[in-house]
Design a protein around this ligand. Structure first.
Ligand code: UD1
Ligand code: CA
Length: 457
């Protein structure tokens, strides 16, 4: 038996009050529509009804998910009419059609499978997922005649008594395709919102004595995102689950409330994540690290046993055990080998820092290659930018860069060389040499006594 899946994702999401299409808002670093796609990716065919800013939504569709353009968004019923009449759907050979909204990221594949199983077994015209909720405001209400569902009334159209009903429509259905084809054109927009409601098909099924089935799930499962505060609620639910699974896997979180971890992040056992830490993108933290407090790591790979304290890292690779921070800023393309230390108020960018090298305080290292065991002292920087182009600095093994040094790139400091404090280095320094660029110091004897007697006059 073939079953197709459809995600309705053409709506603007007016209540979000945001320029971004609703289904593209991020939930744990993934666009909301990603979750819907997961829930139906195992079905035989997949379609996504797109409309508002469709080009942006289409970019987030996985292989096999065919977009169907609903140019004007006249309601959920109209979205399905558009699908059924589309070229993409023309050769669809399924017997059942699962329809889900694009704004319910807590929905699981298991819920869809339960819905399909019960709908197919009972050969119903339509199976529907519902839930009893504490606050049904905004949802369609389930009206019953005995055990059967007789009608769905949208919140906007419901009278006072109907608004008291706590069982609501999830917007997730499994339709017998023939029933859908035969009845979809009957829908109209004679309602409070002047929209073509998909939900009116329930009443049509009931009036024609066709079988329906209700699959009730928890309130959480079907939570729809219509507003920023609902987005926050579902994200929080998914975050709690995610952190719990990391904890089960041996990761410690000092304060889950102030910790934010994207879904794709990998954290190995034995690692401790301290308060107020944000781990985003394709970040991987290896075993036995301590990260945070107050740290942001994006798209980075952190080697075993490293410590990252009060720091910001973006597109960084730490190949071994490193000590970072407090207050370090490691930017795109920083690659740190074993035993590197980058300390307070140091910034690196597009640079390789060889094993055992240290940049302990107040430095900028950009477009540089530091071989192993280089000491890059306080206040020193690579002058990598001449206002037009970036240039490379090369520092060979064991070189010692004194404090307050400007290495004006392109420039090379040879193996084991030393640079005197306060130098502006514009020429290559050979191996083992001392590079120094500094005026002779002058001491003026008795100056302060003379100054004082002059001031007193
Ligand atoms: C819908 C249901 C309501 C249910 C609720 C569950 C209808 C009429 N109402 O209401 O019974 O309780 O979902 O969350 O179906 N969409 C389109 N094209 C359109 C209109 C909407 O693709 O023309 C998409 C939206 O992008 C969204 C989904 O359909 O992903 C649901 O639309 P939305 O406007 O959020 O419907 P609700 O008012 O929440
Ligand atoms: Ca909705």
């Amino acid at each position: 038996m073939k079953i197709s899946g459809v995600i309705l994702a053409a709506g603007k999401g007016t209540r979000m009050k945001s320029g971004l299409p609703k289904v593209l808002h991020s939930v744990l670093g993934q666009p909301m529509i990603e979750y819907g796609q997961r829930a139906i990716s195992h079905l035989d065919n997949q379609y996504v009804v797109v409309g508002h800013k469709s080009d942006l939504v289409i970019k987030e569709l996985k292989e096999g998910f065919l977009p169907v353009d609903q140019k004007e968004q006249l309601g959920t019923g109209h979205a399905v009419v558009t699908l059924l009449n589309s070229d993409a759907y023309e050769n669809d050979d399924s017997e059942y059609v699962v329809i889900i909204p694009g704004d319910a990221p807590l929905l699981r594949r298991q819920d869809i499978d339960d819905l399909i199983q019960q709908s197919v077994k009972a050969k119903v015209a339509v199976g529907i997922i519902t839930a009893e909720v504490s606050d049904p405001t905004g949802y369609g209400r389930i009206l019953k005649d005995g055990k059967n569902i007789s009608k769905i009334v949208e919140h906007a159209d419901a009278n006072e008594a109907e608004r008291e009903i706590k069982e609501i429509n999830s917007g997730m259905y499994c339709f017998d395709k023939r029933f859908l084809m035969e009845n979809i054109e009957k829908l109209d927009s004679n309602n409070e919102q002047n929209e073509i409601y998909l939900t009116d098909l329930i009443e049509i099924a009931f009036q024609n004595n066709l079988d329906t089935v209700i699959v009730q799930v928890s309130e959480e499962t079907i939570k729809g995102v219509n507003s920023m505060s609902q987005l926050n609620e579902v994200e929080k639910t998914l975050k709690d689950e995610l952190l719990k699974s990391h904890m089960d896997n041996g990761v410690y979180f000092q304060d889950p409330n102030t910790t934010f971890v994207d879904e794709k992040v990998i954290i190995k056992p034995g690692t401790k994540i301290m308060a107020n830490t944000h781990l985003t993108g394709n970040t991987e933290i290896h075993e036995n690290c301590t990260v945070g407090p107050n740290t942001m790591i994006n798209e980075s790979n952190i080697g075993k046993g490293s410590t990252v304290l009060f720091s910001v890292l973006d597109e960084v690779t730490i190949q071994g055990t490193a000590t970072i921070g407090p207050y370090a800023h490691l930017r795109k393309g920083s690659v740190l080998e074993e035993g590197v230390k980058v300390g307070a108020f140091a910034e690196t960018k597009n640079s390789n820092i060889g094993s055992g090298s240290k940049i302990p305080h107040l430095s900028y290292v950009g477009d540089a290659n530091l071989e192993e065991n280089v000491n890059f002292s306080a206040g020193s920087i690579t002058v990598n930018y001449d206002g037009k182009n970036k240039h490379k600095t090369e520092i060979k093994k064991g070189a010692f860069i004194g404090s307050d040094v400007m290495l004006v790139a392109p420039v090379t400091v040879g193996e084991g060389a030393m640079i005197g404090a306060g130098s502006v280095i514009t020429k290559d320094v050979p191996a083992k040499a001392l590079g120094i660029e500094r005026n002779q110091q002058k001491n003026i004897d008795g100056y302060m006594d003379r100054k004082q007697s002059k001031d007193e006059k």
